[in-house]
Design a protein around this ligand. Structure first.
Ligand code: NAD
Ligand code: MN
Length: 357
């Protein structure tokens, strides 16, 4: 029996609701398979913990997480705690501490979902966006001088290193190579940003030599937004900087029908540390406690996690179950349905158990 240790951090808002749903599906998969076991430990970290202890996770938080094979994360953020406190207090220390430099965001139009683009259905949009997750525009470098005065100056410096860009580029080429179309679009803004972005283009050209079977092209980020809307079929795998991919992946989530279905993996490809899997969405205060949060993004990130853990069969089964349920019209209000989180979860678990899935 294969064993996988999972640290679950449900955290805030709808986080606990969707992680509870995700764990039910994972448990159903393990039981159905009979070949692997999940040992889950739930950590009560987040904004409530912060209000009690003054920190979002204990000082030895990373040391404790390090013992696990993967982290299953909900969402962090509360109405009465500043967003930069919650973000820099929990998610980012984990991403940075465990050098999860590849942020992987698959996007697909699921059956039963009506996307906003006319003439675009399942099959027309099947992308993976790879976001550089450790440096770039979010490296946290900059400063403010003459704060509050008319002559105030603020800088926000993007950091690009040859090591950092090369490793994300190799990851993206390898991922593109593993997909049927073997197609990669390298996104930059190298016309206006002539240092880091030009280096990014040069490194892409160098790395591409090791992947002769991958067809790749370059695209400026502004033009890329148009291409995503006008020619979604022409795109497969995409690699972009921390900021650019952050923006493009929200657009991608919207084009696929809802933020409520968009998953992400924060991956350490070298497997020195646990990788972290989570829905892209936040804690959604407006629907917290109503029982209507869409659990699909969390299921899908669970499938990414299973794949990372070597349970590819179970990962595929989970996605087939999700597609069967979404295709049947049993969906939450964000997708135009009337189902609750628990109804969708029960239906997915039932599909997982079914003989003929
Ligand atoms: P959000 O993603 O929480 O919500 C945006 C909108 O999408 C809301 O209308 C919400 O109801 C809807 N939505 C989100 N997830 C949904 C789901 N699963 N099912 C149905 N509808 C869903 O973004 P926001 O409102 O900008 O941020 C709220 C809080 O979450 C803030 O504190 C923010 O900092 C935090 N946040 C955290 C993360 C994270 O933990 N990774 C990501 C984004 C935002
Ligand atoms: Mn974002």
């Amino acid at each position: 029996m294969r064993k996988h240790a999972i640290a679950a951090i449900p955290a805030d808002g709808i986080g606990p609701e969707v992680i509870a749903a995700g764990l039910q599906a994972l448990e159903a998969l393990a039981r159905r398979s009979g070949e692997f076991e999940l040992k889950v430990e739930v950590f009560p970290w987040g904004s409530d913990y912060y209000k009690e202890h003054g920190v979002l996770m204990p000082e030895d938080g990373l040391a404790r997480l390090k013992a696990f094979d993967a982290i299953y994360f909900g969402a962090v953020g509360a109405p009465d705690v500043p967003d930069h406190v919650t973000l820099w207090g929990l998610r980012l220390p984990i991403c940075q501490g465990f050098d999860q430099y590849a942020n992987v965001r698959p996007t697909r139009i699921l059956p039963g979902v009506t996307p906003p683009l006319r003439d675009c259905g399942p099959g027309d949009l099947d992308w993976v966006i790879v976001r550089e997750n450790s440096e770039g525009e979010y490296a946290g470098h900059g400063g403010r001088a003459h704060r509050g005065l008319p002559e105030e100056v603020a800088t926000e410096t993007a950091i690009f290193t040859r090591v950092g860009v090369t490793r994300i580029m190799r990851y993206a080429f390898r991922l593109a190579q593993s997909r049927p179309r073997k197609l990669l679009t390298v996104v930059t803004k190298s016309n206006a940003q002539r240092f880091g972005m030009v280096m990014w283009d040069e490194i892409a050209a160098e790395v591409s030599k090791d992947f002769p079977d991958v067809t790749w092209d370059k695209m400026l980020v502004d033009a890329m937004t148009m291409r995503m809307v006008l020619k979604p079929q022409s795109i497969d795998t995409v690699v972009a900087t921390n900021l650019h991919a952050d923006i493009l992946s929200d657009l991608a989530a919207a084009l696929a029908g809802s933020l409520g279905v968009a998953p992400t993996g924060n991956i350490d490809p070298e497997r020195r540390f646990p990788s972290m899997f989570e829905p892209i969405h936040g804690s959604a205060f407006d629907i917290t406690g109503k029982g209507i949060a869409n659990p699909i993004a969390t299921f899908w990130s669970g499938a990414q996690m299973l794949e990372h853990l070597g349970e590819a069969e179970a990962a595929k089964r989970l996605m087939r179950a999700v597609e069967k349920v979404s295709g049947s019209g049993l969906v939450t209000p964000d997708l135009g349905g009337t189902a609750t989180t628990q109804q969708v979860t029960d239906a997915v678990c039932e599909a997982i158990r079914a003989e003929n899935l």
